[in-house]
Design a binder for this molecule. Structure first.
Ligand code: DHK
Length: 143
């Protein structure tokens, strides 16, 4: 069995479905998880969300020891956390940075991503469907 793909989600994403639906849509995080598992077929997925920066960092460390790829929506930590960047620098496999919205069309404080410095690829603006695209892309990268 291949090592799992870690799908990691940062702060406020637990509120998907009711959080600014005009931006993030009506799909819930649970539905996103189901979408990822369906897209991954028989490849193992670790799907997690946290509002705690330290916990996201610890999960990146866990993925470094046990995972094959990381798909990460760091949410607001994207733009603020050098600690998340430093953790991702240790990951030897492919990293896909994911945003539901097109952050580059939004407020200027969403325009600079620390995570993009280490990401293999960035997906932004596809809505929740971006997670499915990211899983398919990750499976290709892991071939
Ligand atoms: C999610 C968030 O919570 C915001 O902080 C980002 C990102 C955008 C998203 O589009 O998935 O700016």
């Amino acid at each position: 069995m291949a090592n799992p793909i870690y799908v990691l989600n940062g702060p406020n994403l637990n509120r998907l479905g009711v959080r600014e639906p005009e931006i993030y849509g009506h799909t819930t995080l649970r539905e996103v998880e189901q979408m990822c598992r369906k897209a991954a077929r028989d490849h193992a997925i670790e799907f997690r969300q946290t509002n705690k920066e330290y916990e996201l960092i610890e999960w990146i460390h866990e993925a470094t020891d046990k995972g094959s790829g990381i798909i990460i929506n760091p949410a607001a930590f994207t733009f603020t956390s050098i600690a998340v960047l430093d953790a991702l620098k240790m990951f030897p496999g492919p990293i896909i940075e994911l945003h539901i919205s097109n952050v580059h069309r939004r407020e200027p404080y969403y325009h600079h991503s620390y995570v993009s410095k280490v990401a293999t690829a960035v997906i932004a603006g596809l809505g929740a469907a971006g997670y499915r695209v990211a899983v398919h892309a990750m499976l290709d990268l892991l071939q």
